[in-house]
Design a protein around this ligand. Structure first.
Ligand code: SF4
Length: 468
């Protein structure tokens, strides 16, 4: 559910906008009930299935086929919080800033969310806490407390201009599982021009503090670079790359300003941004930071045009990488935020249907009768593995997840534990099926807590089960 400034929608992904199913006026009038939301959600699905209506959802690459009876309209899974748009910046790529529509909260979003009981929350519920700028909300702590009490994971988008202790604490204790800050510049002058405020050095200082909180192993800080027309120069690429090496956030995410897609400018030329993207990607990689292609999730997964841009980016990286020294250990800067040395072990590979594992180059059938199995992490990918017949024969199955918000919950009756409990749980097998974004960290953390003997295997890419 997307809580926007004009009311409620089913989601807001990439450049697509689903229909408004509940207006701001209805919320302010106090007429909205849980039953009403459920009915309106059903109506949205009916529109998606008719042959008449023109809605963005019909082009969405994420649209899935499900049996009607399998959809529970009364539950909350993915939330988007954007019912306010006030901000202390004026970014050139921001539609709120461009349209001069920066507003205080338009209604009490917590009142809407409280219509749903704790039992209505999915085990993997999470909220994209965006806006607007969250640190300008007077009751930011109240929101965070609500999500903590409902055990909803929080991904917070802040511009980092204002340091907020609640964000630092949330990162340190994991109640904020991601905090993401767009920097988009490698020089103060580009930042000022692009973001409409003279705060570059202040933001870098705040990032340094948040990176310390993220290094405690619970929440994580990611720093984003959104490529636009005005930030593709070499000064910015070099300035940003070396700032990241100095600050060492837990992740760097790269993406684009997709405004031309929103505006349906299909002939817009993204070439300069794609070229700059490839340069920055390889410069960071050469020195030991592997950035994440954020747009893969944000736009490429929902729009055909986004997918085409992604393919061009990967091709540009491929072309440039031939001329970039990527394997020279003298050029890799150690991640000083990580106290423990990273383990370079690689997991074995397993396949499903039937369950097989590759051992010393040989494929072996696997029986899990009377075996204890841990699945890592707790996510829809590993949940789908529960349907494998061999896992049904296992003596015991549990999940591992680094996020304290998830630990102690259960998925189909199987408990989620922390990585630190691997030895005490005495598994016979550890199976990993990780989303690409988290794969490296997950593998590393499993091996850091490993006893050196338990077979650890990762799901072969070709064997990924459906995760509807
Ligand atoms: S920081 Fe975010 S909300 Fe604020 S102007 Fe920039 S894009 Fe818009």
């Amino acid at each position: 559910m997307f809580l926007g400034a004009d009311g409620l929608r089913s989601c807001a992904r990439g450049a697509l906008l689903p229909p408004l199913f509940c207006t701001k006026e209805e919320i302010l009038g106090g007429w909205v009930t849980k039953e009403m939301i459920v009915e309106r959600r059903k109506r949205c699905v009916a529109i998606l299935n008719d042959d008449l209506s023109e809605i963005d959802c019909k082009q969405c690459l994420r649209a899935e086929r499900k049996r009607y009876g399998d959809i529970d309209f009364s539950r909350l899974g993915h939330l988007d919080l954007q019912h306010y748009t006030i901000c202390n910046l004026r970014c050139s790529y921001c539609s709120y800033a461009r349209n001069k529509s920066q507003f205080l909260p338009q209604y009490d979003a917590l009142k809407v969310l409280r219509l749903f009981s704790p039992e209505d929350i999915e085990w993997n519920a999470h909220v994209d806490f965006a806006g607007g700028e969250p640190t300008l909300l007077e009751n930011l702590e109240e929101y965070l407390e609500f999500f903590r009490s409902r055990r909803i994971r929080v991904l917070m988008h802040t511009n980092g201009v204002r340091f907020h202790k609640a964000i630092y604490d949330g990162l340190a204790d994991g109640s904020l599982y991601w905090v993401t800050v767009s920097v988009d510049a490698g020089t103060p002058s580009t930042y000022r021009h692009l973001r409409g405020g003279d705060h570059y050095l202040q933001v870098l200082e705040n990032l340094s503090r948040y990176a310390v909180a993220g290094s405690k192993g619970k929440g994580m800080l990611s720093v984003k670079y959104i490529f636009c027309e005005s930030n593709c120069g070499e000064d910015d690429i070099a300035g940003f790359a070396y700032a990241m090496l100095a600050l060492r956030p837990q992740k760097v995410w790269l993406t684009f300003d997709f405004t031309p897609l929103y505006l349906r400018q299909n002939d817009y030329d993204f070439s300069p941004q794609i070229d700059a993207y490839a340069q920055l990607y390889l410069l960071l990689k050469k020195h030991g930071i592997e950035p994440f292609h954020y747009f893969k999730e944000a736009v490429a997964s929902v729009s055909q045009h986004g997918k085409e841009i992604m393919n061009r980016v990967l091709a540009a990286i491929g072309q440039r990488s031939a001329a970039t020294m990527l394997d020279d250990s003298d050029l890799v800067y150690r991640d000083f935020r990580k106290s423990e040395p990273s383990i370079s072990s690689e997991p074995l590979v397993f396949f499903t249907d039937p369950l097989r594992i590759i051992h010393d180059g040989t494929e072996e059938r696997l029986s899990l009768v009377e075996k204890r199995v841990l699945l890592v992490p707790a996510c829809p990918l590993t949940q789908a593995l529960l349907a494998i017949p061999e896992l049904k024969d296992a003596a015991w199955v549990g999940f591992l997840d680094r996020n304290p918000v998830q630990q102690g919950k259960s998925i189909e009756g199987r408990t989620i534990y922390s990585y630190e409990r691997i030895r005490e749980l005495r598994p016979d097998y550890i199976f990993i099926a990780a989303p690409e974004k988290h794969r490296k960290d997950i593998v590393e953390t499993v091996f850091l807590n490993w006893d050196g003997k338990i077979p650890v295997a990762e799901l072969a890419a070709s064997a990924s089960p459906e995760t509807s």
